[in-house]
Design a protein around this ligand. Sequence first.
Ligand code: AMP
Ligand code: MG
Length: 433
Amino acid sequence: MTTPLPSLQEIASCVSGYDPNALPVAQAKEFIDRLTPRVEAVESLAIRSALGRVLARDIVSAIDVPAHDNSAMDGFALAAADLRDGADTALPVVGTAFAGEAFAGNVGRGEAVRIMTGAVMPAGLDTVVPQEFTRSDGNRVVIPAGVVRAGDNRRLAGEDLARGEAALRAGRILSPADLGLLASLGQAEVPVFRRLRVAFFSTGDELRSIGEPLDEGCVYDSNRYTLWGMLQRLGVEVIDMGVVRDDPAALEKAFRDAAAAADAVITSGGVSVGEADHTKQVMASLGDVLFWKIAMRPGRPMAIGRIGAVDQPGKPPAILFGLPGNPVAVMVTFYAFVRDALLAMSGAQVAALPMLRAAATAPIRKKPGRTEYQRGIVSHGADGQWQVQITGSQGSGILRSMSVANGLVVLHHEQGSVDAGGLVDVLPFDGLV
Ligand code: AMP
Ligand code: MG
């Protein structure tokens, strides 16, 4: 039996300082984190197909990597005990150890073996002196004093990964290095969570799709393209449902179809106060939905909640992210809330994004009591430190500001205006998704 989901009101009561009409960003994040479920279904993929996917189980190494002590250099393997203190050491070379095969010969005290990078260390030898530090004298190798210490240039069995050690933890988004690590364990397939399905559509009667004539007072729907791009970067499965007319029946059908098909539904537009269209009413009538005014700029209005799939009793409700319509507000609310929420829903362990500290090139006006996300261009100053310049007009309809910027200047809730030269936090776009 499944336990009933807590209602949105119950979740709100767990968030201290919850105020839907002036909700601080931190409280909104906490609420969303409590609201969002995690996918459970797991599939097994060939490692090359798993790049960017979320690991579903810890991967424990069944072998030592490397499996044997081996040489890190081309040179001569020897026993450090045979090195003379403060004088040249000459040792007879009794054979060669090649990578990929066990050394066939026997090595006695006071003897050396020529060795290749990656070759297994012959029994009894513990140190490798690189070839370029040595000279030969007949069949002996001469090692000058002081060029090598005990254990140098020897890789230890299990130093990369010891048998039984967790090589990768569940919740990790698999990187190129992780694919290599999995391969080094000899693992052909890897368990990952199924991809999250995210449906999205735009609302607003003034919106036209590309290819349609732009009637008087209309704008092209750009939000579906920025959203599509941001979702692609997250590696979720996207379901683009187009522009939905401001008509209760059309909206209801769109929400129902989206909730039936997806784990999360993202809409843009129609959630502001005094909005004349039907989006808010339809959202409220179909699910458990809250309408927030967030203490942030841009992006104040937002709807959040759950919408059930009527014809599929077993399917959990979809999480609704009703974003504001302004093109910059869509991107900022996506990065502030939706990105982390979708990653968490995908099963990923999400760490806070790293921010740069950069000096403002000019004063920045900011009111305490809300979080502001201004668009900035980060560069290296003459002093070699990061500096950031705000990209002109910060209007939430000016999408070009996001395109020109290479980062978001995050002015925190309590923070006030910043003087020229003052340090601010910047969230770089590179690597954001
Ligand atoms: P709304 O949140 O619906 O009041 O929309 C705020 C502003 O964003 C209005 O100027 C809308 O025309 C604009 N807008 C809403 N949706 C979109 C969209 N999908 N693409 C471009 N602009 C939009
Ligand atoms: Mg509107």
